[in-house]
Design a protein around this ligand. Structure first.
Ligand code: F6R
Length: 242
């Protein structure tokens, strides 16, 4: 595990975006797993800047997002598909046919999970998976439980996750109850994992996840088993490691 802390969010964003752009420059047809939420916004902004400066092209890149809310269509402004367009995709030259996000609006979410796994299997292995960290230790929407699921699946969101994500909704009562998430199998199969953690409210959970027992009750603790894990934190999130 390679653990790095940064004195400012700008430096953290720069370093995390650098991992992605370095990969794409050395491997133009890289397959990258992407996350949503508050954590990656600044990273994506930094990636857009380096694209606009002509330093990198995403023309041959393939992307797979971690998750999507059940019941949210691509047009829904609260959907992760919309988030990705807004915060990254529409600003860079990634090809729409190379973008993969589970479709939360389908009638049969279970079938959508199988379809997503087929797409993942077709690429074999993600070159890089970008992850944020939930306050309860979730990665993707793999919520703490007495067992975890390896494949893409429908998950009931925990109350604490719905509360944390209510900040993105005008009406907190509208936070979906279920999501489709990539399972821990595809995440852990990635050649490299970049876990980014920001803010003092994540200091306890990131310390527990990376130094505590490996337990499904803290899904992020499974990352300890990954042979190529890079953790980037700001000083607030990383304060227990000092
Ligand atoms: C998002 C995702 C989640 C978030 C986590 C942290 O696609 O899979 O695991 O990374 O909930 O969210 P933020 O960054 O909003 O604190």
């Amino acid at each position: 595990m390679n653990m790095l802390t940064f004195p400012s969010e700008a430096e953290l964003n720069e370093a995390a975006a650098g991992v992605i752009t370095d990969l794409v420059r050395t491997k133009p047809h890289a397959v990258i797993g992407l996350a949503t939420g508050g954590t990656p916004v600044g990273i994506y902004r930094t990636m857009i800047r380096s694209y606009q400066n002509g330093m990198v092209s995403y023309q041959q890149v393939t992307t797979f997002n971690l998750d999507e809310y059940v019941g949210c269509s691509v047009e829904d402004p609260q959907s992760y598909a919309c988030y990705m367009q807004e915060h990254l995709f529409r600003h860079i030259d990634v090809q729409p046919m190379n973008i993969h996000i589970p479709d939360g609006s389908v009638r049969d979410p279970e079938a959508e999970c199988r379809r997503y796994d087929e797409r993942l299997e077709a690429v074999g292995q993600l070159d890089l998976q970008l992850l944020g960290l939930g306050h309860n230790g979730h990665i993707g929407f793999n919520e703490p439980d007495h067992s975890l699921i390896s494949s893409t699946h429908v998950v009931a969101l925990r109350d604490e996750t719905r509360q944390a994500n209510a900040r993105f909704f005008d009406d907190p009562g509208r936070v979906p109850t279920h999501a489709i998430t990539m399972g821990v199998g595809a995440i852990l199969k990635a050649k490299k994992i970049l876990l980014v953690v920001k803010g003092s409210d994540k200091a306890d959970i990131v310390h527990r996840a990376l130094t505590g027992e490996i337990k499904t009750e803290c899904p992020a603790s499974l990352l300890q088993t990954h042979p190529n894990l890079v953790v980037m934190m700001d000083e607030e999130a990383g304060r227990h490691f000092r």
